[in-house]
Design a protein around this ligand. Structure first.
Ligand SMILES: Nc1ncnc2c1ncn2[C@@H]1O[C@H](COP(=O)(O)OP(=O)(O)OP(=O)(O)O)[C@@H](O)[C@H]1O
Length: 480
C-alpha cells in the first residue's frame, strides 16, 4: 500500500481519483485547497501526489516546490486543463515527474502511470532518453540545458500536444522534431518534414493540403497533401514563419478543428497528425510586425522548446566530434590545439556548420594524415581566433595587424585546387560553402577598401561601389 496525496479544488476529480486509487489498495489523502494542503503536507510520508496547477487560494507550482522541499521522495504528477498545459512545462522543469490532462480520457493511462511511479525499478530515466538519441544518431552531450531539453521533449512526445521548436539555424530543430516523433506513440506512422521557406506560396498550400485534378494549371490528377500522408504520424513544419498569411489561416483551422480541404476540393478532410513547428526567427516579433498570426502562434506555442546555440555549449564540441567520427567510422583524431580553436569559434551555422567543418577536414586529410591539426580548418575559424588575438593585442597597444584579403584568396584558391586535384569526389556542398565564404569575404574586403578611400564616408562609399545605402548597411550589418 502506498500513500497518495491528491490536491484539486474540483471535488469530482478528487472523488474519482480517491475511488480509482483506493480500489487498488492505496491510502489516499484529499485536499481541495491550498489551506488543506498546508495542514496535510507534513502529516505523513507521501509516495505520490496528483496536483492541480490552478487552485482558488494558491498556485500549483508553489505547492510543487513545497512538496519537493518537505517530501523530497514524493513523485509529483501535475494535472492540467487545456489552458494550463504551458504550466506543465514549468512544473516538469521544477521536478514534477509527469503531467496528465483533464478531463481524463484514458483511465488505464492513469493506472499505468501510478503503477510505474510507485515501482521505482520501472521508472523511465535519462537512460531512456540517451538510448533513443544514440540509436537515432542524435547527439545530446553533457550540457545541462540540452539534457533538460531532451528530457522535456521525451516527456511531451508522449502527449497529444503541439510543440514549437525555436533555435538558430542549424541547431538541430529537425533532428529534435524527429526525436520527438520516435519517442512518441506515433513512431510507427510517418514523419514528414516540410521547409515552408523553400516552397513557393501557392505550391506550399497544395503540398500541405493536397489538390484536386484541374484545380490549377499543371494539376493533372488528384494529389494527397502532407497532412493526409502523415496519417497518424508527425508533420514537421520548419520555418513556419515563412508561410503566407493565407496558409496560416488554413493551418489555424487544422489546429483548432482538425479539418482541412484540398486546393480545389469540396470535401472536408480530417487530420490526425501531430504538428511540430519550428522557426529560427522569434515568432512573437513576427506577430508584432503583422507577418505572423497571433492566434496561430497561441495554438502552436503550447510547449516551446528552445535549442541553445552551439557557442553556448562549446564544451561539448570535442564530444560531438568524437561521436561523429565513431558513427561515421572515420579513423581521425583532432589535436588539442584544433579542438581549442573550435571551442572558441562563434558557430553562426551551429551544428550544421560543425558537421561541414568535420567533413571538410576529413576530405582534406584523406590519404595524408589521421591527425587533424589547425591547418585542416577553414580560414574563417583560424582567422576568427587570430582576430580575437589581434583585438587583445590592440588593446595592449601593439599596432593592429589585420590578415589581408590577399592571404585569404591564396588560402581559398589552394583549398579549391586541393579539392579539385583530389582523386576522390568532393561533396558539392563543401565547394558551395567555400564559394559563399569567398563571396562574403570579397564583399567585406571591397567595402573596407572603399571606406578607407572615403575616410569612412558611407554615402560616398555606396556611390563608388554602385550600390544603394540600404545594401551597404545590409552588408555591413551582416558582417557584425
Ligand atoms: N543533436 C544533433 N545530433 C547530431 N547531429 C545534429 C544534431 N543537431 C544537428 N545536427 C546536424 O546538423 C544538421 C542540421 O540540423 P537540422 O536540420 O535539424 O537544423 P535546423 O535547426 O532544423 O536548421 P534550419 O534552421 O536551417 O532549418 C543535421 O543535418 C545534422 O547533421
Amino acid at each position: 500500500m502506498s500513500n497518495i496525496l491528491v490536491v484539486d479544488d474540483e471535488k469530482d476529480i478528487c472523488l474519482f481519483l480517491h475511488h480509482l486509487l483506493s480500489d487498488k489498495g492505496h491510502h489516499v489523502t484529499l485536499c481541495t485547497s491550498r489551506q488543506e494542503f498546508d495542514q496535510a503536507k507534513g502529516n505523513q510520508k507521501y509516495d505520490l501526489a496528483f496536483l492541480d496547477v490552478r487552485l482558488p487560494d494558491g498556485n500549483g507550482l508553489d505547492i510543487l516546490k513545497d512538496i519537493r522541499a518537505v517530501q523530497p521522495l514524493c513523485k509529483v504528477v501535475v494535472m492540467t486543463g487545456y489552458s494550463t498545459v504551458k504550466t506543465a512545462v514549468e512544473a516538469i522543469k521544477l521536478g514534477a515527474y509527469d503531467f496528465i490532462e483533464k478531463p481524463f480520457d484514458d483511465i488505464e493511462d492513469i493506472e499505468h502511470l501510478t503503477e510505474r511511479l510507485l515501482t521505482d525499478g520501472a521508472l523511465p530515466s535519462q537512460d531512456h532518453v540517451h538510448d533513443l538519441a544514440a540509436r537515432m544518431g542524435c547527439f545530446i552531450g553533457q550540457n545541462r540545458e540540452m539534457n533538460q531539453l531532451f528530457s522535456l521533449a521525451y516527456k511531451f512526445a508522449q502527449k497529444n500536444v503541439t510543440i514549437l521548436i525555436e533555435g538558430e539555424t542549424g541547431t538541430g530543430k529537425e533532428v529534435l522534431a524527429h526525436f520527438i516523433h520516435e519517442a512518441s506513440l506515433r513512431a510507427d506512422y510517418p514523419f514528414i518534414g516540410v521547409n515552408c521557406g523553400a516552397i513557393s506560396e501557392h505550391l506550399l498550400e497544395s503540398e500541405l493540403f493536397g489538390h484536386t485534378k484541374g484545380s490549377f494549371t499543371g494539376a493533372a490528377k488528384d494529389r494527397k497533401g502532407y497532412f493526409e500522408l502523415a496519417d497518424k504520424g508527425t508533420l514537421f513544419l520548419d520555418e513556419i514563419g515563412e508561410a503566407s498569411l493565407a496558409t496560416q489561416v488554413k493551418l489555424l483551422r487544422v489546429l483548432e478543428t482538425g479539418e482541412f480541404m484540398k486546393v480545389g476540393g469540396e470535401n472536408v478532410l480530417r487530420s490526425k497528425a501531430r504538428l511540430i513547428a519550428a522557426s529560427h526567427v522569434d515568432l512573437s516579433k513576427a506577430v508584432t510586425k503583422n507577418t505572423f498570426r497571433e492566434d496561430l502562434l497561441y495554438r502552436l506555442d503550447v510547449v516551446k522548446l528552445t535549442i541553445p546555440p552551439l557557442r553556448r555549449r562549446s564544451h561539448d564540441i570535442p564530444l560531438f566530434i568524437e561521436d561523429y567520427l565513431k558513427r561515421h567510422e572515420l579513423k581521425l583524431s583532432f589535436t588539442e590545439e584544433t579542438l581549442e580553436l573550435l571551442k572558441n569559434y562563434s558557430w553562426p551555422g551551429n551544428i550544421r556548420e560543425l558537421v561541414n567543418v568535420i567533413k571538410r577536414a576529413a576530405a582534406l586529410a584523406e590519404g595524408e594524415t589521421e591527425r587533424i591539426n589547425p591547418e585542416y580548418l577553414p580560414p574563417k575559424i583560424t582567422r576568427h581566433i587570430q582576430g580575437a588575438l589581434e583585438t587583445a593585442a590592440a588593446v595592449s597597444q601593439s599596432p593592429p595587424k589585420k590578415p589581408g584579403f590577399d592571404s585569404f584568396l591564396e588560402q581559398w584558391e589552394w583549398e579549391i585546387r586541393e579539392m579539385w586535384k583530389s582523386e576522390d569526389i568532393t561533396e558539392l556542398q563543401l565547394v558551395l560553402d567555400r564559394m559563399k565564404e569567398l563571396e562574403s569575404e570579397a564583399i567585406r574586403a571591397f567595402i573596407e577598401k572603399s571606406l578607407r578611400k572615403t575616410v569612412g564616408n558611407r554615402k560616398e562609399t555606396a556611390e563608388l561601389l554602385g550600390i544603394t545605402m540600404r545594401k551597404l548597411r545590409y552588408y555591413l550589418n551582416e558582417k557584425k
